[in-house]
Design a protein around this ligand. Structure first.
Ligand code: ZN
Length: 288
């Protein structure tokens, strides 16, 4: 087994970059702890994302002329249909992120199938969208997920961490059938920098936007130099706050101004990767 080889980017570009957003809202703190619904302040912390964060971030993306990917749980689509339609109307990609933000690795096969199909139905019903992309809630893919995605016609997943560039992932070890995998990493997620919810998430230490931006910039510089694919993941309930959004906007300007970077949605990156006709790569589950 070896890591994916460097890939050729369009128009002679040196690297790729994507700004992505997970519109978790309430779902992320409800699926395995429904009692959190009784905590009005916690619910409001999460609701800030769709209510205030998303409109601010849409303005920011429009200002920088960036097409982004928004991963939307079906529950968010049902609770905030107008906001999800606004995202689609602004021309961004809407992708699948479970129904109630369920962690695939913690659920049996029948449950995983039900959540995938329920999420698809919600996005179709609310936004008229059939997503081509999927991101596992908590980035916690199960070994069954790739085949379930392929059966439903998905083009790509973005939840694994074993490469610097996208690759074709065999849906089962040895299979010629594949989906595109666009790797992510925890250092490029705003949750670890900003999220603090008493008794639910975080240590209580909330980092400054300047520190988060420095971390994300250092990963960007390294990946750009090596021809990689930089995928930043932000949550509107966190990075939609004014001070953080300001720094995120400055980071967008920096990335857009870097020579040789292809800034695109994950759908565009996956479509390009598929066009390269790469040999699928198998990942084998460790046997104990
Ligand atoms: Zn999420």
């Amino acid at each position: 087994m070896r890591a994916a080889d460097p890939i050729r980017w369009p128009d002679g570009k040196q690297s790729a970059a994507a700004f992505t957003f997970d519109v978790d809202a309430e779902s992320a703190v409800l699926w395995n702890a429904p009692e959190n619904a009784g905590r009005m302040s916690v619910m409001s912390h999460q609701a800030y994302g769709p209510l205030v964060g998303v409109p601010r971030l849409l303005t920011l993306l429009d200002h920088h002329q960036i097409r982004s990917t928004f991963f939307v749980p079906g529950y968010t689509a049902h609770r905030y249909p107008g906001i999800v339609r606004d995202i689609a109307r602004a021309g961004h990609e809407i992708a699948h992120h479970g129904y109630l933000h369920e962690q695939p690795s913690a659920i049996d096969l029948a449950g995983q199938i039900a959540n995938l199909d329920r999420g698809l139905e919600a996005l179709a019903e609310v936004a008229g969208v059939r997503p081509v992309g999927y991101r596992a809630p908590m980035w916690d893919l199960s070994w069954e997920t790739p085949a379930l995605l392929a059966e439903r016609g998905f083009l790509y997943d973005s939840s694994l961490m074993d490469a610097d560039v996208p690759y074709e992932l065999s849906i089962l070890p040895g299979s010629e059938k594949s989906i595109v995998e666009i790797p992510i990493q925890w250092a490029l997620d705003d949750w670890e920098q900003y999220c603090f919810l008493p008794d639910i998430s975080g240590s209580g230490l909330i980092e400054t936007p300047a520190k988060a931006r420095a971390l994300w910039t250092s990963e960007f510089e390294g990946l750009h130099e090596e021809g990689g694919c930089w995928v930043l993941t932000n949550h509107p309930f966190l990075s939609g706050r004014p001070g953080r959004a300001k720094h995120l906007g400055e980071l967008m300007a920096d990335v857009m101004a870097t020579k040789g970077v292809w800034v695109a949605s994950l759908e565009e990156i996956a479509t390009h990767t598929r066009s390269l006709d790469l040999a699928p790569r198998s990942i084998v589950r460790p046997e104990l």
